[in-house]
Design a protein around this ligand. Structure first.
Ligand SMILES: [Zn+2]
Length: 153
């Protein structure tokens, strides 16, 4: 008995499923998001073994697999490590194009944080440019309390 696709043309359907869900962000995530919401502060955690400051804060170092308990406040400014520009609209995008998805190394952090770029001409964006977090006025305790990172002129 052969593979069924030898006898039948395999058709592929592309679709999108919306699945509402709720989950706990845990002890570390709760502290991280409460600091964002209540104080507009970004915190990381420092691994006791490799000493790297992980941002967003994590409970376990992904490199050493050690529990991480030391909290370290990092800057709301940082450096873009890499980015891509989104130029097409979609209901799943958090911002109206054009905007960017970027990995940003915040001042004092050792790991890049993925977030959004906006607030200036994408044609002028470069890896290595300095950016600053733009916070929502009414924050809710999630990563989009930072609306985006804006290039520092
Ligand atoms: Zn580590």
């Amino acid at each position: 008995m052969g593979k069924w696709t030898e006898d039948v043309e395999e058709l592929v359907h592309q679709g999108r499923i919306k699945v509402p869900y709720t989950w706990s962000v845990g002890e570390t995530g709760s502290k991280f998001f409460l600091e964002l919401r209540d104080h507009k502060k970004i915190w990381g955690t420092r691994c006791p073994l490799c000493r790297k400051v992980l941002v967003p804060a994590r409970k376990i170092c992904g490199k050493c697999f050690r529990q991480v308990e030391e909290w370290v406040e990092v800057g709301s400014e940082g450096t873009v490590q890499t980015f891509t520009v989104v130029r097409y609209p979609s209901e799943v995008h958090p911002l109206k194009p054009p905007f960017g998805y970027a990995v940003i190394l915040l001042d004092g952090a050792d790991t890049g944080m993925t977030h959004l770029l906006s607030g200036s001409d994408p044609g002028k964006w470069r890896s290595g440019m300095r950016v600053r977090a733009v916070f929502k006025e009414k924050r809710e305790g999630n990563i989009l309390d930072i609306i985006y990172f804006k290039p520092v002129e």
